[in-house]
Ligand binder design. Structure first.
Ligand code: WQD
Length: 349
């Protein structure tokens, strides 16, 4: 097996599972760690099927030091860690801030303690464009001021980046990057893995797909009175395959660096699309109507954000390759495979 073993925390999750597939393609050996609090076990079998590898899984909570120690004692040396595991429901975090701080920051601290104890040289952190809050300028650059975010979830990402940066400044010989994701959408072309929202989807594209599948009656468009061309919010929607590939590029970049080293990258397409634009494009690529109504604005939403994507292109040699149409088409293919007859949004085991 390759000596470049990578621990993927949250590896059974939406972005983690797609990244595990890309890691194998790039010659790495992913090892998954997941507590299945917001993911399904059948996804691990799917990742094994797509890659043709019997990828190892550890069922554990990465915010529990003893559990993480057990994994490292079993697995031995890791070439790197990609840390996805975190709670990420923005609205839920407003209602349960302490749970979010405990889980998201506890998980990061435990993983960094493991980095120090087991000398893991490379660390990629799953961060978010939410750290920018409402940017003053668009497209938003990495050196834009990090502002008060609209939720405890966003605060955990902001604080986590500071923990990472100051950890690396303490003189440890490790190397790390934070990747600030914009809006991940889409699914693997095999339609074997994709986004699996728990219960009613909070995010736009899964809700659109479930409405098209008849699982949801109608899409609520949260506000059409924003200062944007069609009045609906603008976001930078990035295909999850492109996003996964960015993690592989980030590892390659870190391998060439001497520690201690830390940097931050926007991972977005560099262009924005409105909510109604997403609906129109989805209908165009699938031929399926998506009924919607204009509803009141959603608390915490910002009018527009999309990435300045030049730094990742110049430094990582990475840019988004797949189109919005590719992403929405793959979301629909994935949704159709999810027991549409029984109107279930998640396949059972
Ligand atoms: C997009 C737009 C909604 C649902 C997400 C994640 C966050 C971060 C960034 C990773 C908004 C509108 C939505 C619906 C709607 N990612 N919408 N009807 O809020 O940009 O944040 O991506 O860290 O964690 O939550 O994404 O998909 O929820 O919303 O009108 O039923 O779609 O108002 O304008 P958001 P989203």
């Amino acid at each position: 097996m390759s000596s470049k073993k990578i621990l993927v925390t949250g590896g059974a999750g939406y972005i983690g599972s797609h990244t595990a597939v890309e890691l194998v393609r790039a010659g790495y050996e992913p090892v998954l760690l997941d507590n299945f609090s917001n993911s399904e076990r059948f996804i691990v079998a799917r990742v094994r099927k797509i890659t043709g590898r019997n990828i190892r899984l550890h069922t554990a909570d990465c915010s529990v030091p003893a559990a993480v120690d057990k994994v490292f004692k079993k697995e031995g040396r890791f070439h790197g860690i990609i840390h996805f595991a975190a709670l990420k429901a923005v609205e839920e975090s407003v209602a349960q801030p302490l749970r979010y701080y405990r889980n998201n920051l506890g998980g990061l601290l435990t993983m960094l303690e493991a980095v120090a104890r087991y000398q893991v040289p490379h660390f990629v952190f799953s961060s978010s464009c939410t750290v920018y809050g409402e940017p003053d300028k668009l497209p938003v650059r990495e050196d834009a001021p990090v502002k008060n975010t609209s939720s405890p979830y966003g605060e955990t990402k902001k604080i986590a980046e500071r923990i990472l940066e100051t950890f690396l400044q303490s003189g440890v010989p490790f190397k790390a990057v934070s990747l600030r994701y914009f809006n991940p959408i889409g699914a693997h072309p095999s339609a074997l893995i994709g986004e699996l929202p728990l219960g009613t989807p909070k995010n736009l594209v899964p809700f659109v797909a479930q409405t098209a599948a008849g699982i949801r009656k109608i899409l609520q468009v949260y506000g059409d009175d924003y200062g944007t061309p069609d009045g609906t919010c603008i976001r930078d929607y990035i295909h999850v395959i492109d996003l996964a590939a960015a993690h592989v590029r980030a590892l390659g970049y870190l391998e060439k660096k001497r520690g201690p080293f830390y940097d931050v990258f926007n991972i977005g397409t560099g262009s924005g699309q409105s909510v109604l634009g997403i609906v129109r494009t989805f209908e165009k690529v699938t031929g399926v109507k998506v009924p919607y109504r204009i509803a009141p604005r959603r608390a915490g939403d910002i009018a527009a954000i999309y990435a300045a994507a030049g730094k990742a292109k110049k430094v990582l040699g990475w840019s988004a390759k797949l189109s919005l149409e590719d992403a929405l088409r793959s979301s629909w293919e994935w949704q159709k495979g999810l027991c549409p007859s029984r109107g279930r949004t998640r396949r059972s085991a």
